[in-house]
Design a protein around this ligand. Structure first.
Ligand code: ADP
Length: 479
């Protein structure tokens, strides 16, 4: 295979700044591709949230100014190397030193600026990628700018774009005045519908329609979003892509999530020696103020938003708490879910602990210390938590949707096939049934242990999926 040059563009990259699964992917997929000898580099905004440790390592590479309609803005490019991959940071404090990553009033300007800055940085770095791999709505303007003017310049002419949808729900929709006032592109993109949806400028749609290939993070979700129910209004645009829309299941970093070496957890372990897992459970119970009982401990680590099935939790909890079971949840998000969960905690202090916030150490301890991991999602593009759970010998209980359906298969005690507990329809009774099935198997100690050992041996590292991306890149190169 030819040595590829790839630029991977993302609005968040672990371990630098992370709010969700996108950062995990942007932090680990390029590393896997780089190992195959390809020249892949990553670029992200330099947020004020970037920790001092990383700031110290940054090297200033260059700076220049860009034009965005009437605006003329400074761009600084800083860099560091991480796991052998060059990471570039687009620096402008005006745009990226904000309290939150995505909630600023002028987020349309922040990300149009980012995309233009990224394109302008390339010739100055003397880096000419074959492929620019964009991710989610924040990077939609990049294929637009490329299609509008840049593709006519020698340097950019042969570049191909891949656009990966990590979550179709967040689209970046803004008023039509943007076409002239910010993007400054030819009106045909608006008139012909490449960037227009519901009479608004839609960053996700431009990414989809103006990229050479579109991928999403599981085959299940790739199928689902072609239909109105999961398509968030853009199903028609996705159907238009035909074969150019593919599903490639995410992997996770097997270095970062490794119970043998993980420094964040209480004790290390592997499938041959599960004593350490017991120790993690004991210490987690202790830290969470739960009695040290030998009952199934159900964990959740999640953003508290509708799509994660929090209303199912609300409706099932009363009933679930009647069982011999314990529940630990770490999450942050919508205030009404935080309040709902706090009420549950107040009612069932001996059984449920809720930690509001974002905490990576605790997240790892929950993955390691729980017996079951609950994901009752309404929709789930891929879901990384079930893959992380497997790695730590924690059995997922999931709704069969999107990537969950592709990775978690119902356990059958007779044949011992399957790797988790699942339910289909979005109803509290169904969720409870799956949890109770899990409780039943938990009591059959031998079978349970075999199941734990089995899921720990599954391989959801990037090894398989990175090849699918490489094939896709290669295919584009040959066109
Ligand atoms: P999504 O990207 O929709 O949030 P994913 O399952 O793809 O869902 O990825 C979520 C990632 O973010 C996982 O690595 C999960 O452990 C992590 N995560 C989510 N919420 C928290 C939190 N409150 N604290 C620490 N990590 C979290």
């Amino acid at each position: 295979m030819k040595r590829l040059r790839v630029l991977f563009v993302a609005s968040e990259v672990a371990p630098f700044v992370k709010t969700g699964g996108l950062a995990d992917v942007a932090g680990s997929l390029p590393t896997a591709i780089k190992k195959g000898g390809h020249d892949i580099r990553v670029v992200m905004p330099q947020y004020g949230q970037l920790e001092e440790d990383y700031l110290q390592q940054l090297e200033h590479v260059l700076n220049f100014r860009i034009q965005l309609a009437w605006r003329n803005e400074y761009v600084g490019i800083n860099t560091l190397e991480h796991n052998g991959v060059q990471i570039y940071f687009v620096d402008n404090q005006n745009f990226f030193h904000r309290p939150t990553l995505y909630e600023s009033e002028d987020r349309h300007v922040q990300f149009a600026y980012f995309c233009r800055g990224v394109l302008e940085m390339l010739p100055r770095l003397d880096f000419q990628p074959h492929i620019i791999h964009c991710n989610d709505w924040h990077t939609g303007p990049l294929p637009l700018f490329l299609s509008d003017t840049y593709c006519h310049r020698d340097f950019y002419q042969s570049m191909k774009t891949v656009f990966t949808i990590h979550n179709l729900l967040y689209q970046g929709q803004f008023g039509s005045e943007l076409v002239d006032d910010l993007l400054g592109v030819h009106h045909r993109f608006w008139e012909e519908g490449y960037i227009r949806h519901d009479n608004l400028v839609n960053y996700m749609k431009m990414g989809i329609l103006l990229s050479h290939r579109v991928t999403t993070v599981s085959k299940g979700y790739a199928q689902e979003i072609r239909e109105p129910f999961f398509g968030a209004g853009l199903d028609y645009a996705l159907r238009m892509k035909g074969e150019a829309l593919r599903g490639i299941i995410n992997g996770i970093s097997y270095q970062e999530f490794d119970p043998r070496t993980d420094k964040r957890i209480y004790a290390n372990y592997d499938e041959e020696n599960l004593q350490g897992k017991k120790e993690n459970k004991r210490k987690l119970q202790q830290a969470m103020g739960l009695p040290q009982e030998d009952v199934p401990l159900v964990g959740m680590v999640t953003r508290l938003v509708d799509e994660k099935g929090l209303d199912l939790i609300a409706y099932s909890m009363e009933e679930m708490m009647q069982d011999e079971i314990q529940f630990v949840l770490l999450g942050s998000g919508l205030p009404h879910y935080e309040e709902m969960l706090k009420r549950i905690e107040a009612h069932y202090r001996q059984k449920a602990t809720i930690q509001i916030g974002y905490d990576e150490d605790l997240a790892h301890r929950i993955y390691a210390g729980s017996d079951l991991f609950l994901m009752p999602s309404r929709f789930e593009p891929c879901g990384l938590s079930q893959l992380i759970s497997f790695r730590y010998g924690t059995i997922p209980v999931v709704r069969q949707v999107g990537g969950l359906k592709d990775t978690v298969f119902p356990f059958d005690a007779q044949t011992q096939s399957g790797n988790g507990f699942t339910f289909e329809s979005y109803r509290p009774a169904e969720l409870l049934k799956a949890i109770r099935q899990a409780q039943e198997i938990y009591q059959k100690r031998d079978i349970w242990q075999q199941l734990v050992q089995k899921v720990m041996q599954l391989d959801y590292s990037w090894e398989r999926s990175k090849d699918e991306y490489l094939h896709l890149y290669q295919e584009l190169l040959e066109e």
